[in-house]
Design a protein. Structure first.
Length: 300
């Protein structure tokens, strides 16, 4: 029996550095958002259920500019992440907060519409169509969770240092942990970054980095709900602390023994932070997808 696979897109970010809503920024020459390209890739891999986690400010734009472009047989749920979506005893804490609770809370908001298994991605990163094929095939033969991770060298930026979660694997190519390394860049011919001990360390450019491409199932939503309650109970400063999805996946590995199979990406990861990166990103995606007329449109 084929598993029911949903695509969950985390699209609730406010895009402060981008200067607007990255979720609906159209790539020049391609006339598509990154999110639409990812949806098309997931659809081609057999996914027929889409959940988009949004903030209220982009609902109208997504309904008017994104949804009409999607396949007619794609079942779509729009879910708003609201700061007020907390257990009733923490309502006063929510009133003190001005920013979303984080990616763990964002995914938890989809609990009522999730069906079975899910691919979780972000709206402003392009992962390539093979990544979706890897995870859908994984779900056909395994009950483990999954992750598509990208060679570190393919995730660097020409704009300067980047922060990445470096995957540590066991002998079975399953995830042990993700180590956050900051300010990763080449210094001369050596790739270095700052670890949790604030030490500059040399990195293997072929190490795998987690770029938020997860294959999960209903078990994670129970964990997210339970641990979000604990998070709110412990972190009574409701302003800065965030409830991160990777932390909850790590908890699932360490505490519950859940296995996460890691698949090295076969295509480059492409993402953006600033609006002026859109033309370059469009060129790279067009080259990856073989769209030969995009370069001419961009240069006009």
């Amino acid at each position: 029996m084929e598993p029911q696979i949903s695509l969950v897109i985390l699209a609730g970010g406010l895009g402060s550095r981008f200067g607007g809503a990255k979720q609906i920024a159209r790539l020049p020459g391609i006339d598509s958002t990154i999110m639409e390209l990812s949806i098309a890739d997931a659809y081609d891999a057999g996914v027929r259920h889409l959940i988009i986690i949004i903030n209220a400010m982009v609902r109208d734009a997504i309904e008017q500019q994104i949804l009409p472009n999607l396949p007619a047989d794609l079942d779509v749920d729009l879910v708003e992440q609201r700061i007020s979506d907390v257990p009733s005893e923490f309502a006063a804490l929510a009133q003190q907060r001005s920013k979303p609770w984080g990616t763990g809370h964002a995914l938890l908001c989809a609990k009522s519409v999730i069906r079975d298994k899910a691919i979780v991605i972000t709206a402003d990163d392009y992962y390539g169509d093979i990544a979706f094929q890897q995870i859908t095939e994984h779900f056909r033969r395994s009950e483990n969770w999954g992750c598509v991770a990208y060679p570190l060298l393919n995730t660097l930026s020409e704009q300067g240092g980047v922060n990445r979660g470096i995957c540590a694997l066991n002998h079975a190519k399953q995830l042990l942990r993700v180590d956050e390394i900051l300010d990763i860049q080449f210094e001369g011919n050596t790739l270095v970054g700052t670890n949790a001990q604030q030490t500059r360390v040399e990195l293997d450019e072929h190490a795998l980095a987690s770029m938020t491409f997860w294959g999960i199932d209903l078990r994670l939503f129970t964990i997210l709900e339970q641990n979000f309650y604990q998070f709110l109970s412990i972190h009574d400063n409701g302003v800065k602390k965030e409830y991160y999805l990777p932390d909850q996946i790590q908890y699932s590995i360490d505490t519950l023994g859940i296995a996460v199979d890691v698949y090295p990406a076969q295509q480059p990861w492409l993402g953006m932070t600033y609006k002026d990166e859109l033309p370059v990103l469009a060129q790279k995606i067009s080259a990856l997808k073989g769209l030969t007329d995009v370069q001419h449109v961009i240069e006009e």
